[in-house]
Design a protein around this ligand. Structure first.
Ligand SMILES: [Zn+2]
Length: 307
């Protein structure tokens, strides 16, 4: 079974510790050995600049992470291929794995859309407007003000439409979410679950999930334990409950995965790294048809690529 995973934070770990290599499955939840072992087909790598990096250092850090992506993930492995277009995925050989850059939060571009265009030129194909807090484009989900998009944020979405790049609504306030919905032509939620099952501000309510389905978007179910269930321990079956729930709203073809591996220290039992995808796939095949499982794991995200 091929897997398309829309979100991981391995670049942050590689950036924080320059001695780490992409082979190091002791320290990385998404590593080369794990991707090979568990049937990865396309893995997205988020550029996420932590909040404690300030000023122009933020854009600098984003560039350093993109450099790490090319130097430590793409270059050393002949069977890892850069994904910039849907053709790049179609061209992947049986044994090859595609890797794609995404941006989690536009803080690093400050108020300068030329920086956003530059990141797209460097290969970024999905843009989350915010992380949890506000920036020049929008408010993130934990920002007290709970505002929507600024004029610049709206310009950014228009730019992403023109480039056919995904606008990622995970992490946005509800006001920002609805502002994006009015404008976007290529939208995803890379890593968010259903609020009805787990009442966390990072999750999406039924109205939000329904409009994503209407817009033919995909929602990456995420393995963050506290976005799956407020009680612990959290088991793989909790992931299936979120899938069932989104399917019950009419979204069976709008479900994908965005693990958030390397962005989490707590994990679902049996799913503590990418190696665990095998266990998830087994569980999925017990409960859903092969066609549906292929959709969740790969086809649903893959089909929505217009770049
Ligand atoms: Zn995130």
């Amino acid at each position: 079974m091929k897997v398309f995973d829309a979100h991981c934070d391995a670049l942050l770990k590689l950036w924080r510790d320059s001695t780490l290599t992409f082979d190091d499955s002791d320290h990385l939840q998404v590593s080369y050995p794990a991707l090979k072992a568990a049937g990865a087909k396309v893995q997205c790598f988020a550029v996420y600049v932590p909040e404690d990096v300030v000023g122009d250092g933020r854009f600098q850090a984003a560039i350093e992470m993109i450099d790490i992506f090319y130097e430590k993930i793409v270059k050393p492995y002949p069977d890892i291929k850069l994904i910039q277009t849907r053709e790049d995925i179609q061209l992947l050989g049986e044994e090859e794995i595609g890797v794609m850059l995404t941006l989690e939060g536009c803080g690093p571009i400050a108020n300068d859309l030329s920086r956003l265009r530059t990141l797209i030129q460097l290969g970024v194909r999905s843009i989350g407007l915010t992380w949890n807090f506000a920036n020049d484009l929008a408010d993130g989900v934990l920002e007290k003000r709970q505002a929507g998009l600024s004029n610049l944020g709206k310009e950014a979405v228009t730019l992403l439409n023109e480039e056919k790049i995904w606008t990622d609504v995970s992490h946005l306030t509800e006001a920002s979410f609805w502002d994006v919905m009015e404008l976007t032509e290529h939208v995803i939620a890379s890593h968010s679950n259903a609020k009805k099952l787990c009442n966390h501000p990072r999750n999406l309510n039924d109205r939000q999930i329904r409009v994503l389905i209407e817009k033919d978007a995909v929602m990456g179910i995420t393995f963050v334990p506290y976005f799956l269930n407020n009680r612990s321990p959290v088991r793989i079956t909790e992931i299936l409950k979120h899938i069932d729930y989104v399917a019950s709203l009419g979204g069976v073809y709008n479900i994908g995965f965005g693990s958030d591996f390397d962005g989490i220290s707590e994990t679902v039992i049996g799913l503590d790294s990418y190696f665990g995808y095998d266990r998830l796939l087994n569980e999925l095949l017990k409960h859903f048809s092969e066609e549906y499982v292929k959709g969740f794991c790969f086809d649903n995200f893959n089909k929505r690529i217009n770049f």
